[in-house]
Ligand binder design. Structure first.
Ligand code: FAD
Length: 294
């Protein structure tokens, strides 16, 4: 199935994001999580692409296993960092032969971090836009791209950010998934400015529930913007009680999802950090259905 088509369907999609495990223990945790979340029958699941070396092979391996050993529809993330066009085509070919037909084409960040100098591989591609074209030319793929509610840190302003986002869609992308954010208005502003630029891209919001105060501290790093101050104040009130922080985080994420869906968001993409509990709780909050874990 094409994720682009699912996202364009009137029923909202629900999807989960995993990262390739770093060791045997991580692998066990991931597969336990996958089995638990499979019971929620998500529309699709995605696996991020690592920064280099073996974790990249693992992205392909996990995605292949998802395609062949589970009932879920997998999407592989792919980045352009340190890859020649030939290598990129090889990865895309491997995914295709495992039956993976959905790819999230993102440029990736340099190893030195999000603001480090981005150096193109001498035989590689420069922007996500070029990666979208490469994947589209390689076969019948549904391709997603990244969208940034607070603009990408490298973009001068939101106008420039919107212009390049629209170019990426015009290069052949079928849908977009956002960077995580915590205030529905930030998503709605992104959607409005993309629509005002004449682009009808379906943009799926990405949500990560706060389960500890540390998430708030890392918000700028994770989302590209400080945590909304009014919401931070609510968390501060219960900061001494980790269980209360978690409860508030789950409730707040549930309310955010409900608002986004009421406002017509085409679905919700959950960052899971390879754990199932918080995601299941938010899910339950949205659907009102208690999910049964194995
Ligand atoms: P691009 O769209 O290429 O944009 C990068 C910058 O260049 C922007 O500032 C843009 O405005 C500018 N730009 C674009 N086109 C042009 C042009 N023609 N001329 C001049 N400037 C231009 N990273 C990973 O390593 N692995 C992952 O699996 C991964 N998954 C992600 C999933 C999602 C949903 C999101 C939101 C991000 C993900 N990332 C991942 C992070 C992503 O790789 C970084 O945020 C990266 O810095 C930007 O990627 P992009 O695809 O938006 O880049």
């Amino acid at each position: 199935a094409s994720i682009g088509d699912l996202i364009r369907h009137p029923d909202p999609t629900f999807s989960f994001e995993f990262f390739p495990p770093r060791n045997a223990e991580g692998e066990q945790v991931l597969w336990q999580t996958i089995r638990e979340l499979e019971q929620l029958r998500p529309s699709f699941v995605s696996v991020t692409y690592g920064a280099g070396g073996t974790t990249r092979d693992l992205t392909v391996e996990v995605t292949e296993r998802l395609a062949t050993e589970t009932t879920m529809l997998p999407m592989a993330h792919l980045t352009a960092v340190d890859h020649s066009v030939r290598e990129l085509r090889h990865v895309v070919g491997r995914l295709a032969s495992a039956g993976v037909r959905n790819i999230l084409a993102v440029r990736g960040d340099p190893k030195s971090g999000v603001n480090g100098e981005w150096i193109k591989h001498p035989e590689g591609v420069l922007y996500a836009e070029d990666l979208v074209r490469l994947v589209k030319e390689s076969g019948d793929f549904s391709v997603g791209v990244a969208a940034f509610p607070y603009k990408h840190p490298r973009s001068r302003d939101v106008e420039e950010d919107t212009k390049f986002f629209v170019r990426k869609m015009k290069a052949g992308a079928d849908f977009a998934i956002t960077q995580m954010f915590f205030d529905a208005d930030d998503y709605l502003r992104l959607r409005d400015r993309v629509a005002a630029a004449g682009c009808e891209a379906p943009i799926v919001p990405c949500i990560m529930p706060v389960v500890a105060m540390g998430t708030i501290a890392r918000s700028a790093e994770l989302s590209g913007a400080p945590f909304p101050p009014a919401l931070a104040a609510e968390f501060e009130k219960v900061a001494a009680d980790p269980a209360a922080v978690r409860r508030l985080g789950i409730d707040q994420a549930g309310e955010l999802c409900q608002k986004l869906l009421r406002e017509g968001a085409p679905g919700i993409h959950f960052i899971t950090f390879n754990r199932s509990t918080a995601t299941r709780e938010v899910w339950q909050n949205i659907t009102g259905v208690r999910a049964h874990a194995a």
